[in-house]
Design a protein. Structure first.
Lengths: 348, 565
């Protein structure tokens, strides 16, 4: 895939604080990319630099081969949606959506109607933003951003100000809209669930650097760094030892299927759902004592300590198909080795 | 391909952004020329001898050592301190009654309390002369003491400064958080203890602020002392006399610098106190609602009524006297005193000039202040330029009108000045009035611009609309009610001010407020009262008109202001 948007070497400092330290990122045409990270990681700054609302100290931004890095926003061809909607309060919905349209009145009215239908708000042209709910306002903002048919759509935490239910609903519609229009989209979010469910590609950021760029599956199952593994989803980090022969041992018990690694101390990354509870005791299985159980709806999360190394505590998700456990039970554990990753002890 | 590359390091600006940049520089330049330059001239003049040679601090030392000037300085401080002591507690009780009691008639009380804002400061002085002067019916109240002197100044300044103190204290008391009172009550605190432990700490800042404002206003005002000062010399009067009477610009400049002192000090103190006070009222705070209490409310009502009678008497006496043939001997009604055509001091020309000044100040002031605030807040103006506008806009707050007027004389009356041609025109009166009242207007508009989400401009830029489209279609319509209020403020200020323009008018550009002063000076007290009445009436009409216009605007804006249908 050829890159539609390519960012290279972006650096941004605010006084002594380095918000972005050399970001390189490519986005293919029609791709939905999520910039994911904790607050203060620089994701919004990066988006604002792409939008031309902030000036980078170094680096270039190219769209379709054209260097737009120093152009004013008006010459960059994108639409943008902010968390707080930023609608023009004194203009009605039609005035808001049609703000960027420089066409005749009739043509504008047609286009506005079309866009409102697209976002599911047909017929609300004459309403004012204050008469709409948060979700409706954000749809208007989306229609306004799409009105000029920009080649790039920038979304800055567009769903964060909404109620949980509206958020999930609008998320689904956003996905459908993207599939329908095929517009290259960059969305900033701190909500991993949102990023994983919406994006073709997730770019995880921390402290002004890109930690990992990959598909949601890669990000979730093959985190490139302990930060990514820790930020996205829940995870266990038991200390393990790699033997001289390269095999991995947890509490003296070899974990099969992990391959060979350089000898020494290390940390094992495993998600709660990737640890299985067995029914039969086998001689090569780890035994764990159930300390407490937490009901989370679809799953119950058990906190267990290993029988031979009680200082190692693991969280294990139990689904409907798993055996019913009670506190104090001693159970054998099995690991889905293809989902585990080993990180050096210092990196964690 | 190379649309944006290789043309230097900075971002490329679009045409509208370049224009915004240019306008911002222009605004900063105007503030520098019409604010910083005149003030700098005062500083230079104060260090010169009468012939213009440099003599260091001699003039300044004279203010402290020359008996006449030293006495004036002491008198100023004493009368300002006395006025502050009298006004602030009165205003506190008044504001307390308006915010934290259940007395009837609050809106009326508030209107009367603020009414002095519509009158020139000469007016209460004229009323005092009518009431307590040689023929005044109430002169017996003074037990033989003359009204001319400290008593008269104190009473006149009390009238003049009362609304400022009330406004500050109303704001301070208005942010009382009901939850704190409830917590104190639940913990068993007595009424008095609640006042001391909750109310007082809450309004501490407001109290200090009110004291500083009243003190500074009294020190720098000369409208009251010029009428009822008598032999009691004060510093503000001395600056006026040195420059206009004795043509001693250098000594006038030195006195001017001393007048600047309390204002600059209180300005600094205020800024210092205001540090980190932004979040004093959190979002979850609830407004305090008073419970009825007959004894307290009765006493407060009586107090408010008493204050209002005083305030009304101070305006009303002059108004009444202007319609009376010969106070107090012939009490028949007559319009003779309004026959300005046969009167020295400017007459109807002065009134017409005042209206002209008011109108032009509204237009120029609103345009300049809005443009300055808009460019700083809503466009990517270069940071140093924006910072310059922001800080220069605060300067007039610390500069008394008298001092600003002096600076204008020194600066634009100098033959070598390229802007010398401005001197003696209506234009310089407009410019000086805008400069004089810049801070309040700027802060008001800035506050209202900041309430409009900044991302709105970002979105508009992404939609390829230049900032002036957004300004005309969104920002300006949303700011219009505030702009209307700022316009009213400019108009009323232009009509009532004397301090700044007293140095700048010519016989052709004489103003109504100046005419009041001149007629009173010439002994024509009744025509002076008539002219002052005319000013108050005009201000009242304009205020009512702007209120009506604001109401209409508000009704039109109802559609987009109301909540979800």
């Amino acid at each position: 895939m050829s890159e539609f948007l390519s960012i290279s070497g972006i650096v941004k400092r605010f006084g002594g604080f380095t918000a972005l330290s050399g970001i390189d990122l490519g986005v293919a045409k029609g791709e939905f990319l999520c910039l994911l990270g904790p607050s203060g990681c620089g994701k919004t700054t990066l988006l604002r630099i792409i939008a031309g609302l902030e000036t980078q100290d170094a680096g270039t931004v190219r769209v379709a081969g054209r260097d737009i890095g120093r152009l004013p926003p008006a010459r960059r061809d994108y639409g943008i949606v902010f968390q707080n909607y930023a609608l023009f309060p004194n203009l009605d919905v039609a005035g808001n959506v049609g703000y960027g349209l420089r066409t005749g009145r009739a043509e504008r009215r047609g286009r506005v109607g079309e866009l409102l239908e697209l976002v599911g708000l047909a017929g609300s042209e004459a309403k004012y933003p204050s008469q709409l709910s948060g979700g409706q306002q954000q749809r208007v903002a989306l229609a306004r951003a799409l009105a000029t048919s920009p080649s790039l759509l920038l979304l800055d935490e567009p769903l964060s100000a909404l109620d949980a239910k509206v958020r999930v609903h609008l998320r689904r519609e956003l996905k459908q809209l993207h599939q329908k229009l095929g517009i290259t989209t960059i969305m900033v979010t701190h909500d991993q669930e949102e990023a994983l469910s919406l994006a073709d590609t997730v770019a995880v950021m921390d402290h002004g650097t890109l930690e990992q760029v990959g598909t949601p599956e890669q990000i979730y199952h093959q985190p490139a760094s302990p930060f990514v593994a820790g930020f996205v989803g829940h995870s266990n980090w038991p200390a393990v030892r790699v033997r001289e022969d390269g095999k991995v041992e947890l509490a003296g018990q070899e974990i099969p299927g992990l391959g060979r690694h350089p000898a020494g101390a290390a940390r094992l990354f495993c998600r709660p759902e990737d640890i299985r509870v067995g029914t039969h005791h086998a001689h090569d299985q780890l035994l764990a004592l159930v300390q407490s159980l937490e009901f989370l709806g679809p799953v119950r999360r058990a906190t267990m300590s290993l029988e031979w190394a009680p200082e190692i505590v693991l969280q294990v998700d139990l689904g409907a198909k798993d055996p019913w456990l009670a506190e104090g039970d001693l159970v054998p554990l099995a690991f889905a080795a293809d989902r585990m990753r080993l990180f050096s002890a210092e990196a964690v | 391909m190379t649309d944006g590359a290789g043309t230097g390091r900075g971002p490329i600006l679009s045409g509208d952004e370049r224009l915004a940049r240019g306008l911002a520089c222009l605004a900063a330049g105007l503030l520098a020329v019409f604010l910083v330059w005149p003030l700098a001239e005062i500083l230079v003049k104060a260090l010169q001898a009468h012939d213009g040679s440099y003599i260091g601090l001699v003039n300044l030392r004279a203010v402290v050592t020359e008996p006449r000037l030293r006495q004036a300085a002491w008198n100023s401080l004493a009368v300002a301190a006395a006025t502050t002591l009298a006004v602030v507690p009165s205003a506190l009780a008044f504001a307390f009654a308006l915010t934290q009691s259940k007395i009837p008639g609050k809106p009326l009380f508030k209107i009367i309390a603020l009414s002095p804002l519509l009158t020139p400061s000469l007016m209460p002085a004229i009323s005092l002369v009518y009431l307590f002067g040689h023929q005044g019916p109430l002169r017996g109240w003074l037990h033989g003491h003359p009204i001319y002197g400290p008593i008269g100044i104190l009473l006149g300044e009390a009238f003049y400064t009362f609304p400022y103190a009330v406004l500050v204290l109303l704001t301070a008391l208005g942010v009382a958080d009901a939850r704190l009172y409830e917590a104190a009550e639940v913990l068993g605190a007595s009424r008095f203890r609640r006042f001391i432990t909750v109310t007082v700490p809450n309004i501490r800042y407001g109290l200090v602020s009110a004291c500083l404002i009243v003190f500074t206003l009294v020190v720098t005002d000369f409208g009251v002392p010029v009428v009822v000062g008598g032999q009691f010399n004060v510093l503000a009067l001395e600056a006026y006399k040195q420059v206009l009477g004795q043509q001693n610009f250098q000594k006038g400049a030195a006195v001017g610098l001393f007048l600047l002192l309390p204002a600059v000090l209180s300005f600094g103190a205020e800024r210092w106190l205001a540090r980190g006070r932004a979040g004093s009222l959190s979002g979850s705070a609830r407004a305090y609602r008073a419970k009825p209490n007959l004894a307290r409310d009765g006493a407060l009502w009586a107090w408010c009524a008493l204050v209002c009678v005083f305030l009304l008497a101070m305006t009303g006496t002059a108004v009444a006297a202007s319609f009376i043939k010969l106070w107090p001997y012939n009490l028949h009604l007559s319009l003779a005193h309004y026959d300005f055509a046969n009167m020295d001091g400017g007459g109807w020309l002065a009134f017409r000039n005042s209206l002209k000044l008011g109108g032009l100040t509204v237009v120029a002031g609103c345009a300049m202040v809005f443009a300055g605030a808009y460019l700083v807040e809503k466009t990517p103006a270069p940071r140093p330029v924006a910072a310059a506008i922001q800080s220069l806009a605060l300067v007039p707050m610390a500069v008394p009108g008298l001092v600003l007027g002096l600076g204008y004389v020194f600066c634009f009356n100098r033959p070598g000045n390229p802007l010398h041609r401005l001197y003696g025109t209506m234009a310089i009166l407009v410019v000086s009035t805008v400069a004089h009242y810049y801070t309040t207007a700027h802060m008001t508009i800035m506050t209202s611009l900041r309430q409009i989400d900044g991302e709105v401009e970002s979105v508009a830029r992404s939609l390829r609309r230049p900032w002036w489209t957004t300004c005309a279609r969104v920002t300006l319509p949303m700011t219009l009610p505030v702009l209307l209020d700022v316009g009213r403020f400019f108009f009323v200020s232009a009509l009532t001010t004397v301090s700044c323009v007293i140095f700048l008018y010519t016989p052709d550009t004489v103003l109504a407020s100046v005419a009041v002063l001149n007629m009173d000076d010439a002994g024509d007290t009744a025509p002076a009262a008539a002219m002052a009445t005319l000013i108050v009436a005009t201000c009242l009409v304009v205020t009512l008109l702007s209120t009506a216009a604001g109401w209409l605007l508000n009704r039109r804006a109802q559609a987009w202001r109301r909540g979800p249908a």
